[in-house]
Design a protein around this ligand. Structure first.
Ligand code: FAD
Length: 462
């Protein structure tokens, strides 16, 4: 009897989504065996700095744990340290521009990522180190580095995938997990466009000394994700863990420091303020000029108060040059502090999505505004759902792909639009009356959700 040939799956992109899918396909090998290959354009794991923090939701955590084998799960504490009881609040607080709390949705303490993954109602999150999660997920995965996919060709039998180095590979199913600028999406769905919000976003990864973190905690009450709203459509965000960075011997830092991710967003038209009033040129290849620009905007748009001083001090910590110490910073490419445009892709904005042997997951299909912290969570959920769908793989029928895409499109389009809507709302300038209305609405919502959270907790206590 002739043995059935093992089908080949190619994943393009070794990001959070692509790696989760790889693990899940290998984990399910006993149920359905595939020959899985994963290709990445970066030259090595330390090619590109991968960022400090993301919020892992209960849905993301459930999917992550479904995808990974126990050998990887045992390393998760490196990327997702357990919350520190009575010290860290894994939730978000939104304040006005002088630090009055407008919204602080209820949070529930949980022990670790396993307990979080068991939460089936509402949305909670654990602040996770994005770079370390990528490292943990890379363990034991035979990523083929330096392989930039440029196009594919579908045939009756399968798909040929072409790389920039001139090589090509054949597979039965191709999965584009290749991020927002995915060449696979551009070829498969050229009409699916990236939407530019007209909102500028500047992000920086910083190391915060204890005395400054204490000041921040005094305002934000140990919440790990803190947003402040200005009145000109500008907002700031800081996300951190209250776990000190390991200090090396003879380290010049003589007080504990903490990793934090800082962002500042504003309507892009505010970029012209500097040009007109200060005649200072902002150069996105010069991080120092971008940091100065952010500080000038903060000084100009925010009132004189303790919160504004804190924000300015925090932005002073942003790296003004690209780090060049190969031991402390082994990456070839650093994300310099740069102005970036906020963008998204609504996967349901096109009339039809034709299913084929080529499919997409994560940002490639549905990049979204980072405001609600849903991007990575959806990429990991895609990986989980797609690996389940692939268990139904048969050679001549792609209904399992259709099934995956139907669920993925509905879930992620809703999150793209929700994130877009919130981003636009907080990026709309408000006048003196508008501020009163905005703040009052947020305070009423806050009272309501905390009341319902309290009642919910009483009824569904687990
Ligand atoms: C400031 C900021 C904060 C965020 N905060 C959160 C948060 O709190 N919670 C959350 O859930 N999400 C957050 N996100 C979003 C999150 O990081 C992404 O949504 C998530 O990483 C998407 O995973 P992915 O696997 O689809 O794409 P990525 O992780 O971007 O991986 C794509 C991979 O494909 C590779 N690639 C690209 N092109 C090619 C090619 N042609 N050939 C081969 N390889 C290629 C890339 O090098 C990369 O390794 C945030 C994003 C930003 C910018």
């Amino acid at each position: 009897m002739q043995q059935e040939k093992i089908p080949t799956i190619i994943i393009v992109g070794a990001g959070l989504g692509g790696l989760s899918l790889y693990h899940s396909l290998i984990k399910n090998k006993d149920k359905k065996e595939f020959n899985v290959k994963i290709f990445e354009r970066e030259s090595s794991p330390t090619d590109r700095w991968q960022g400090y923090h993301i919020g892992m939701s209960n849905y993301g955590a459930q999917s992550l744990l479904n995808c990974i084998p126990s050998s990887i799960a045992s390393n998760l504490p490196k990327a997702i340290p357990d919350p520190i009881p009575n010290v860290e609040i894994h939730g978000i607080t939104i304040t006005d521009q002088i630090g009055n709390v407008l919204l602080a949705p209820p949070t529930k303490p949980f022990k670790d990522v396993y307990e979080l993954a068991n939460v089936s109602r509402g949305q909670l999150a654990i602040i996770t180190y994005r770079d370390r999660l990528r490292d943990v997920l890379l363990e034991g995965v035979p990523v083929q580095w330096n392989k930039k996919c440029i196009k594919y060709v579908e045939t009756q039998e399968g798909v040929w995938v072409f790389f920039e180095d001139g090589s090509q590979e054949f597979c039965n199913i191709l999965i584009g997990a290749d991020g927002i600028n995915s060449p696979i999406r551009k070829q498969k769905l050229p009409e699916l466009q990236i939407v530019d919000y007209g909102i500028t976003h500047v992000g920086a990864d910083i190391s915060v000394p204890k005395q400054l973190m204490d000041k921040a905690n005094k305002i934000h009450g140990n919440y790990l994700a803190c947003k402040t709203l200005g009145t000109k459509g500008d907002s700031t965000f800081m996300i951190t863990r209250l776990i000190p960075i390991k200090q090396e011997k003879n380290d010049e830092m003589n007080e504990p420091h903490y990793r934090a991710t800082l962002t500042y967003s504003y309507p892009s038209e505010l970029d012209n303020i500097d040009v007109e009033s200060d005649k200072v040129k902002v150069d996105d290849n010069d991080p120092a000029s971008v940091i100065e620009h952010v500080k000038r905007l903060i000084r100009e748009l925010r009132p004189d108060c303790e919160l504004t001083d804190l924000l300015l001090e925090l932005w002073d910590l942003a790296p003004k040059t690209i780090p060049n110490d190969p031991i402390k910073f082994p990456f070839k490419t650093y994300n310099p502090v740069q102005r970036r445009m906020m963008r998204d892709i609504d996967p349901m904005s096109i009339k039809s999505w034709t299913s084929s042997r080529v499919t997409l997951l994560g940002d490639a299909a549905h990049a979204m505004s980072p405001i609600l912290g849903l991007g990575a969570n959806n990429a990991i959920q895609d990986a989980d759902k797609l690996s389940q769908a692939l268990l139904k793989y048969t050679e001549n029928n792609i209904s399992f792909i259709e099934e995956y895409e139907k669920e993925m499109l509905k879930r992620t389009s809703a999150d793209v639009l929700k994130s877009r809507n919130v981003t636009f709302k907080i990026s709309t300038p408000v006048g003196p009356f508008g501020v009163i209305i905005r703040d009052s609405i947020l305070k009423v919502i806050n009272t309501m959700i905390n009341f319902y959270g309290f009642v919910d907790n009483l009824i569904f206590k687990n």
